[in-house]
Design a protein around this ligand. Structure first.
Ligand SMILES: Cc1cc2nc3c(=O)[nH]c(=O)nc-3n(C[C@H](O)[C@H](O)[C@H](O)COP(=O)(O)OP(=O)(O)OC[C@H]3O[C@@H](n4cnc5c(N)ncnc54)[C@H](O)[C@@H]3O)c2cc1C
Ligand SMILES: NC(=O)c1ccc[n+]([C@@H]2O[C@H](COP(=O)([O-])OP(=O)(O)OC[C@H]3O[C@@H](n4cnc5c(N)ncnc54)[C@H](OP(=O)(O)O)[C@@H]3O)[C@@H](O)[C@H]2O)c1
Length: 375
């Protein structure tokens, strides 16, 4: 039998889905355990899991109604099998990410001057795509398209994309399973409440026993040091904590002696703690040093990099003792700010110029002592 992979994902059984943050959290976060038994799949601590979601049935129903198509009409799927239009849109096709190709095919049917003008202007297209989906086109008088039948509509669609998630478990701590820590993406755009496809598929609709297609995505650039005695500094605000749960589980499973330091951050202490029941015993036993930035518990923001600055001298000592530095989470802002803070620490406590600090960090990177898993 062909091994399971991105091209042939494994239908994994959901073992458990549970909230991580408390009700009312501004960063609604869930934990999911998937079963890998019988798959032949294995992973290394630091890897990611690809998940192939289903679309929200409510969005699919609204889209079919807006297009005036029949949900029960049969269509042929890319693998040659057949399904009703409704099932095909739920399981197989991308109806939320507006791509130029799909929009161009849509407009071959819609003949919309407005859409043609947007398609001809790169910046306008980028603006239009952000926060919109196919239902926006189907409900726009100037853009709606009259497809002859379900097959004609499905013919313009691309396939559902997988989403990657940093694995939040160690294979040695929970053999046969793989865990994720997922932030639910919800926002309002163009007058409608929207849901991220994969994160809310897991947060709103998954339950134990369900089958979900998954695959392992290797991440060779995010690995614990080979020597378990090496100190590690982990910076992971929000869902950035995910791979670090895997790291601390791995170090405990290995009986590794290397000190660990976790910088975590989220808005409010009352609602947004993550894995506190696992972290507390590690802190109490002296295995893990913890620094938490509750960003909104005071009148001004406190972020992980502020705590790093305060602890700069000690971070520098850890680095000089050979510590590896890891960061995970938001690529747009956090990763840049944390790197800046790290460079400032190297410069200040290592008595180095800006260029020398950059060279120090480059050396750490070359020695695999500076690794990022940012998205
Ligand atoms: C290597 C890697 C590891 C990752 N690890 C994790 C992890 O451990 N945990 C985790 O939660 N996520 C993780 N992610 C992110 C994850 O892959 C998904 O991108 C995330 O869950 C959102 O997917 P979705 O299907 O829910 O949202 P989608 O349906 O893909 O929607 C996201 C899109 O919605 C649009 N959008 C979002 N917000 C707004 C807004 N305010 N206004 C307008 N439009 C908006 C944007 O176009 C955005 O690209 C990781 C990503 C990578 C690449
Ligand atoms: N590529 C994708 O499709 C995708 C999908 C989902 C998430 N993401 C990214 O992943 C990130 C993680 O999401 P999340 O909701 O778990 O957490 P998050 O938004 O990163 O928030 C976690 C904590 O970090 C704080 N923070 C905000 N800006 C910061 C900065 N510049 N430096 C350091 N800390 C900062 C937040 O504070 P405040 O909120 O109080 O400011 C909060 O306390 C998101 O920010 C998003 O950019 C990407």
């Amino acid at each position: 039998m062909e091994p399971y992979s991105i091209k042939n994902p494994f239908p994994s059984t959901v073992v458990d889905v549970r909230p991580v943050t408390k009700p009312g959290s501004a960063k609604e976060t869930i934990h999911v355990d998937y079963c890998l038994e019988g798959s032949g799949l294995s992973y290394v601590t630091g890897d990611a899991l690809g998940v192939i979601p289903n679309n929200d049935p409510e969005l699919v129903d609204a889209l079919i109604a807006a297009l005036g198509l029949s949900a029960a009409d049969e269509v042929t799927l890319p693998d040659g099998s057949t399904a009703t239009l409704r099932d095909a849109l739920i399981t197989t096709y991308d109806i939320t990410n507006l791509k130029k190709g799909t929009l161009t095919k849509w407009n071959a049917v819609a003949n919309s001057e407005k859409l043609a003008a947007i398609l001809a202007d790169k910046d306008a297209l980028k603006d239009f795509i952000w926060g919109r989906d196919l239902l926006d086109l189907a409900t726009d008088e100037e853009m709606k398209a009259d497809f002859t039948d379900a097959a004609a509509f499905v013919g313009i669609l691309g396939k559902m994309n997988a989403r990657l998630y940093s694995i939040a478990s160690s294979p040695d701590a929970v053999p046969g399973q793989v865990s994720l820590c997922v932030g639910a993406v919800r926002y309002t755009s163009n007058g409608r409440d929207r849901k991220g496809v994969c994160s809310t598929f897991m947060a709103d609709r998954l339950k134990a026993g369900d089958k979900v297609k998954v695959f392992v995505h290797s991440n060779k650039n995010f690995r614990l040091p080979e020597d378990g005695a090496t100190p590690i500094i982990m910076v992971g605000p929000g869902t950035g904590i995910a791979p670090f749960r895997a790291f601390w589980q791995q170090r405990v499973a290995d009986n590794a002696t290397g000190p660990m330091w976790l910088f975590f951050g989220n808005p409010y202490k009352a609602t947004d703690g993550c894995y506190e029941e696992e972290i507390s015993p590690l802190v109490e036993s002296g295995k893990l040093k913890l620094s938490v930035a509750w960003s909104r518990d005071q009148a001004y923001k406190i972020y992980v990099q502020n705590l790093m600055e305060e602890a700069g001298e000690e971070i520098w000592q850890w680095l000089e003792q050979g510590a590896a530095f890891y960061m995970c989470g938001d690529a747009n802002r956090m990763a840049k700010d944390v790197e800046k803070a790290l460079l400032a620490i190297i410069s200040k406590y290592g008595n180095r110029s800006e260029e020398e600090a950059a060279a120090y960090l480059a050396d750490m990177k070359a020695a695999k002592r500076y690794q990022k898993d940012v998205y």
